[in-house]
Ligand binder design. Structure first.
Ligand code: ATP
Length: 345
């Protein structure tokens, strides 16, 4: 397959396995986000792809060629790391031209390329500015331009936007995605921010404790989480345990969840239902009846916490759908079978 492929890649630090047997296929032109909580191995995986860290096991292939032994500077990858700052004593143009100069390109060629890149990052005319006079977002764009100067085969970024404030960060996510689309460059970004991953990625790779839990499109990750780790990490969800009787039918809490198929031979299953899929209905018209114990009205959305036996189910509605529920009310709750995802245990 053409593109990037990771084959059973692991990384040990002493006896600790930071990356555990990772397999991944990344077709050309894909925008990938490596997503997961702190310490899950995202950065270590990116560093192995970059050639900054050697895998303990496994192989990294680019267009079917094993690049595992190839040194970083021979991989032709562009990188933006949080710690890889701009050169403060050089102006914007000199920063961007730096990799071109190292490669011995002529002054004219450098100037032309810098102008192209400045246009691309929406900073035309900024070549002579001192770096010290740039805003945080502008610096980040210059770092991106510098990394792209040599038209790399792969673009790797580690938490590139984490130093920016929330608003600028959201704007830059869109900008980075648009830039990637324009160039069609295969891009891999490390982030711990699920919203960021959902905004930018074609392929979200959810990692936990060194393993890939799921690699799929943002919609798939959200609608069809593979396991409870993914369901819980992406957005918020209701996790409901279902038990089956000997005939494999759901029982107990969930007798009222028709249409849910448990895996063959399973006696228990965990089901994820997103809060926006939970329907609040009149008291005796749902699959369950419960008591509202809290309503959080956030303006755009309303979260209603309903106690059913010893469980609390959260429903998210919009003000338009609002049933005038208050704490203490009894309500009916329905969980449409098509929104209930049986998770791998
Ligand atoms: P964060 O979002 O906090 O940066 P991460 O998902 O990027 O986390 P990594 O930086 O890849 O995680 O680290 C994964 C694990 O490997 C962590 O437990 C970390 O302490 C450990 N680790 C990383 N680099 C080394 C090293 N050089 N020596 C020993 N342990 C390391």
């Amino acid at each position: 397959m053409s593109g990037l492929a990771l084959r059973e890649v692991s990384k040990r630090f002493g006896t600790f396995k930071a990356v555990d047997n990772v397999d991944l296929e990344v077709p050309h032109g894909t925008f990938v986000c490596l997503l997961g909580p702190s310490g899950c191995g995202k950065t270590t995986l990116l560093r192995m792809i970059a050639g900054l860290e050697e895998p303990s096991e496994g192989a990294i292939l680019l267009d079917d060629k094993d690049i595992t032994p190839v040194a970083t500077h021979n991989r032709d990858f562009g990188m933006v790391f949080q710690s890889l700052a701009l050169f403060p004593h050089l102006d914007v143009g000199e920063n961007i031209a730096y990799p071109l100069r190292i490669r011995g390109q002529s002054r004219e060629a450098q100037k032309k390329r810098v102008e192209e890149l400045l246009a691309l990052i929406h900073l035309p005319g900024y070549a002579d500015r001192p770096v010290s006079r740039l805003s945080g977002g502008q610096r980040q764009r210059v770092a991106i331009a510098r990394a792209l100067a040599l038209s790399p085969r792969l673009f790797l970024l580690d938490e590139p936007l984490s130093a920016l404030d929330a608003k600028l960060r959201e704007a830059m996510q869109v900008e980075l995605r648009q830039l990637q689309e324009k160039l069609g460059i295969t891009t891999i970004v490390v982030t711990h921010d699920q919203r960021e991953a959902m905004t930018m990625a074609d392929l979200v790779v959810v990692m936990g404790q060194g393993r890939i839990h799921q690699a799929a499109s943002p919609v798939e990750i959200y609608r069809r989480p593979a396991d409870s780790f993914v369901a819980d990490f992406i957005g918020s969800t209701n996790l409901i345990e279902i038990e089956a009787d000997r005939a494999g039918r759901a029982t107990a809490f969930d007798a009222a969840l028709p249409g849910i198929e448990l895996p063959d031979g399973a006696t228990k299953a965990l089901v994820s239902v997103r809060p926006e899929d939970v329907r609040l209905v009149a008291k005796d018209q749902g699959a369950f009846t419960g008591r509202v114990n809290f309503v959080r009205d956030l303006g755009g959305t309303i979260e209603t916490f309903v106690e059913i036996g010893d469980k609390t189910i959260v429903a998210v509605t919009t003000p338009r759908e609002r049933t005038a529920t208050v704490a203490g009310d009894e309500v009916g709750v329905s969980l449409p079978a098509e929104s209930c995802v049986v998770l791998k245990q």
